[in-house]
Ligand binder design. Structure first.
Ligand SMILES: NC(=O)c1ccc[n+]([C@@H]2O[C@H](COP(=O)([O-])OP(=O)(O)OC[C@H]3O[C@@H](n4cnc5c(N)ncnc54)[C@H](O)[C@@H]3O)[C@@H](O)[C@H]2O)c1
Length: 369
């Protein structure tokens, strides 16, 4: 991993939500000297206290954390239904905010948060930041170098049997706001926008052919849970320049050998690794020939969860220009609108145009942090 690297004054983080994913963020914070955890809050006070004690930070109520002078940014790791409320409170308290995905539970709430943040000059960013790693960034560098000619189409495929096989409390995956698209779609769609640019229109089709699922592990093993949201979502995204991405996000499959993402072009095809990971092999096939690995050429070499926030800091977002850096709220909101649009289109059987747009975030040159 190399030595911790410090280039700027540490960014002081107040973390709200000390659940499952927080451990991965805290590893990154411990490794990067430019990030410093000062306070932790959670609805579960005991959880906040335990995590705070372990990391030498203060345990707070949510309101107390927002009022602290030693918090520059609120790291919002709460559940999706709380994202907008916590982000909005952080901005109102004069803090920046970086939220886990999705940017909000729905586009209307996400729009309000972003408008509030931009109106007050706050930093507003969010996950996923997996796209800043060497996997997607090497693919992007290859695309931008023209190795497949002009991109013409892409496919993105996630097919799983469903999380109820291993998750002891999988109920929320099958309620509105859950499902394969809202849960895993942010990784794939953020990667597609990073590679191919914003989306102008979507067409969706979705199904939920089983109305119950069976919990496979833990104390509730064997219990049946209801399905109230599509468990198989497919669709086409028409990007602003006319390239079409075909997306399959499913908790209704047995297995797949499809590449997570493939991009086709006039002179070749590019295979992109799992966008839920920071690294992985990029492969290229040119002119109908065999597949060859593309050497790693771009991205944060040691990226892990939290690098999106670090990137905003390194780029100077907290030094007066909140739009510097890559994992910006505009990207999170656009991806959320694409997801909502796919589900709305599946229901209405009509194409849905996007109101939001976003520029492709700047590429990440090879960076050994
Ligand atoms: N678990 C994963 O593998 C994973 C991976 C990537 C991203 N995420 C995302 O991270 C986020 C959190 O997921 P998780 O798995 O850590 O969930 P979790 O349920 O394990 O933890 C969430 C924590 O937030 C707290 N919380 C909820 N609402 C709150 C509020 N209003 N104020 C203060 N605290 C609040 C809860 O008490 C809980 O401790 C989600 O948006 C999820 O999509 C999770």
């Amino acid at each position: 991993m190399g030595e911790p690297v410090s280039r700027v004054r540490p960014l002081r983080i107040g973390m709200v939500g000390a659940g499952t994913i927080s451990g991965q963020y805290l590893q990154t914070v411990a490794r990067l000297e430019d990030l410093q955890l000062t306070a932790v809050a959670d609805l579960d006070a005991a959880r906040a206290e335990a995590v705070a004690a372990e990391h030498g930070a203060a345990a707070e109520e949510v309101d107390g954390l927002m009022g602290r002078g030693d918090v520059d940014v609120v790291l919002n790791l709460t559940v999706p239904q709380s994202h907008a409320e916590v982000s909005s409170a952080a901005i109102a308290a004069g803090k920046g905010v970086y939220t886990e995905k999705p940017f909000a539970a729905d586009v209307a709430a996400g729009r309000e948060v972003l408008a509030q943040g931009r109106g007050s000059g706050a930093v507003v960013g969010g996950a996923p930041d997996t796209v800043l790693g060497t996997g997607v960034q090497t693919a992007r560098a290859a695309l931008d170098a023209g190795v497949i000619g002009t991109p013409t189409s892409a496919t993105a495929t996630l097919i799983l049997p469903g999380h109820e096989s291993w998750h002891p409390h999988p109920d929320f995956y099958y309620q509105p706001g859950g499902g394969p698209l809202m849960d895993m779609g942010p990784y794939y769609l953020t990667a597609l926008v990073t590679l191919l640019g914003p989306v102008r229109e979507v067409v969706g089709a979705a199904s939920a052919l089983r109305d119950e699922r069976v919990i496979g592990s833990g104390p509730r093993a064997g219990e049946r849970i209801p399905v109230a949201t599509p468990s198989h979502v497919t669709g086409a995204l028409v990007h602003a320049d006319g390239v079409i991405s075909t997306v399959v996000m499913s908790f209704d499959g047995a297995a797949t050998r499809a590449a997570p993402i493939e991009v086709q072009g006039t002179e070749g095809a590019l295979s992109v690794p799992d966008p839920n990971r920071f690294s992985g092999r990029v492969a290229l096939s040119r002119d109908g020939g065999g597949w060859h690995e593309v050497p790693v050429s771009a991205g944060y070499r040691h990226a892990a969860r939290g690098y999106g926030l670090a990137d905003l800091h390194w780029a100077g977002a907290f030094d007066g220009d909140p739009l510097r850096g890559r994992a910006q709220g505009e990207l999170g909101l656009h991806v959320l609108e694409v997801m909502e649009g796919l589900l709305a289109s599946a229901e209405s059987r009509r194409a849905v145009g996007m109101d939001t747009t976003v520029e492709r975030p700047a590429p990440v040159p090879m960076d050994h942090r």
